[in-house]
Write a protein that binds this ligand. Sequence first.
Ligand code: NAD
Length: 384
Amino acid sequence: MRFEFATATRILFGLGVLREVTPLAAEMGVRPLVVSGKGVERVAPLLSFLAAGNLKPVLFVVAGEPTTNDVRQGVALARQNACDFVIGFGGGSPMDTAKAIAAMLTNSGELLEYLEVIGQGKPLEVPAAPVIAIPTTAGTGSEVTRNAVLASPEHGVKVSLRSPHMLPRLALVDPELTYSAPPPITASTGLDAFTQLVEPFVTPAANPITDGICREGMRRAARSLRRAYQDGGNSQAREDMAIASLFGGLALANAKLGAVHGFAGVLGGLFPAPHGAVCGRLLPEVMAVNIRALRERDPDNRALARYEDVARLLTGAPGAVAEDTVAWSAALCRDLAIPSLATYGITAADFPRIISGASRASSMKGNPITLTEGELAEILERAW
Ligand code: NAD
């Protein structure tokens, strides 16, 4: 057995830890580029904490899930203002934007050269500028991952900029920051976290560290996602989901994902669909088709026992079988009002290009079994 585990240099977790940011930020530099999402009022306390430490933040707002152009604009703004470090404050979108800007601030050349799938996938030559990642959703775990997911509108796909150099210097996880997330955002981001705990658990690239992290994360998400959705002020549920999200990030960065994320990257590049909601809608269908394919073609694959473990963990029933994961997660999606894929304007005519893109996606390589084109189409039909 050989494995490696890498994460953010430091992880600080707890209710109210945002209030500790001033001296931690001062260790990184003097002028941060602060990348935030649309809800600019949410970032105001952070800006005050930074100002209190005589740091001179420059604010950069990203409207939605980031594009390659957002990164180019952010780099230009950071250069104009001589920013020496970057803070990503918000959901996965601003955190990913911050990580990509920090990478391109120190590495020469054009962003596309470094992007996988649509570019040359050139490795980053030098470490990124320091990054502090502060999540306000419990979903992506981007605060501890080494990639940034960027949409390229001209290619119609979302791809990653990926490098060990992109691991944040500090992940500051304060569950209190997620209290304001409304139910639909709690639902979609929470399902992203849940998927990022299931896929790295059944992939052949799992290792003993990610296994432990996934088990604990799934346990917390299973008991708390519905509660966080129904009662956003439930501090125990929010804390569990912030841990589940963080653990999903730790797991995906050190194992692999699977077919859900293989599809999600393509769908998110072609249609205006929230990443987590797409993941949630696909998860039961991918599990159903994966389990059937494993039983038919590779019955000794250890992923079947893994799915059985997941089923026991989710249902609490000692006699649960792999297939029970499907009904459990489908019921969760129903309770969380996750819409079908057709809601986003996807039609059957789009299936061939979605399948072709998903087959090439890097996440697809982590799936426990290679799925046929027919099986990929079946997943889309079931989730549609
Ligand atoms: P997001 O960052 O796009 O935010 C979704 C919405 O929630 C936005 O409208 C935002 O303004 C709002 N929001 C955020 N925090 C809030 C709060 N506390 N209260 C109220 N509203 C709030 O969504 P996300 O799901 O966190 O991130 C999605 C992006 O992350 C996608 O681009 C996805 O591909 C990427 N992603 C990256 C990784 C990684 O490892 N880098 C992993 C998974 C997903």
